[in-house]
Design a protein around this ligand. Sequence first.
Ligand SMILES: Cc1ncc(COP(=O)(O)O)c(C=O)c1O
Length: 469
Amino acid sequence: MGLPSRKATCNSHGQDSSYFLGWQEYEKNPYDEVKNPKGIIQMGLAENQLSFDLLESWLAKNPDSAGFKRDGKSIFRELALFQDYHGLPAFKKALVDFMAEIRGNKVTFDPNHIILTAGATSANETLIFCLAEQGDAFLLPTPYYPGFDRDLKWRTEVEIVPIQCTSSNRFQITESALEEAYQQAQKKNLRVKGVLVTNPSNPLGTTMTRDELDLLINFITDKEIHLISDEIYSGTVFSSPAFVSIMEVLKDRNHENTEVWDRVHIVYSLSKDLGLPGFRVGAIYSNDPIVVAAATKMSSFGLVSSQTQYLLSAMLSDKKFTKEYISKNHRRLQKRQSKLVLGLEKAGISCLKSNAGLFCWVDMRHLLSSNTFEAEMELWKKIVYNVKLNISPGSSCHCTEPGWFRVCFANMSENTLKLAMQRLKLFVSSITINSQSHQEFKNSRRKARTNWVFRLSFQSFHDREQEER
Ligand SMILES: Cc1ncc(COP(=O)(O)O)c(C=O)c1O
């Protein structure tokens, strides 16, 4: 009696992942230029704060939209009362048009096929509830967004089986990796219901190639399973190759109104492209009327408030604004990404060449004390607690190779990024200096002590940081 449910107490939520632990550490000691200049800089949060001024300037020019007014008259009561339960038609139309615009109007979306949800988090879970049962599995390419363990598995009790991707081909999906994952699932007696991909990828910051997309369509056709394409970062593609939506591929291959057409579903949200995660606006787009009907019923548990829809339908219907926003946002993201890449380069660190997203996939394998996930954790802790940067270790994204980290660049000011890069550079050079002295020490004394490099390097890192200040 009085005990919480099994679900409430089970730990499959994934909140003990280093991805979330890093956030907790940041909360305890957040960097602030004036109030806490020695605090932790948050580089583990994929937020887009680069284009707020564009949104704010639109709001200033359109006070009615945020002020519960239409043509100067209050519509407070209309918005406060229950609206069309499953979304304002004007907003659904504005959202599908915005999705098409991001895809260069190469595809169009029907507002009758869209289901509004409280962010992509809710969209992904709702889709899994619609497509799979407890004991079924979805195949996901690694590395993947750490939140998927919570969103896809926790309440649905559906399993994730990894599609192992590696640095040898820039973490692209291969036919053999897909087949291998499928066999793995079968060995575990799991029924594979589909593949879920994130395009552009979180955490890689890359768009999927046409070959990969074709491969996926062939695979789901052959296995008669579903494909969920989480396209939450579709509006962040800042350089070539251009973004290709899975819908475009289906269209090009003349798959409209076929069985495969009904088995492909898109997840979208305004959390990244417009930088509005707090507004909780997400969507499922499906060609299957059964999925649309079921997801619509389920969306009652995570609707988008009517005043949010009202405000955003006005904003997204303003085509002059959306055009300018999309192009300026791209340019700003590109500039910021280059700053990060350059800063890392100066510290002797490289990253996967990216063309999208709010982060880079950074290669720190050379900084590991050994090629293990223990060494990755050891390095991560040093970076969080000593260097005071919260970045996300690859293991939290289920990467199979130790030493990769996701580093975000769009949730801070340019000065903060600069400081973060200075801290990192000092840290790396202190490791290098000390590993050289360590080598000399080893040569003279022929005595190895494993923790020595890091202990000395941090002492030296702090001393040098003090000197710089
Ligand atoms: C790939 C991916 N899907 C879904 C989400 C969740 O987004 P939302 O804030 O819209 O729930 C995120 C957030 O980081 C993400 O990266």
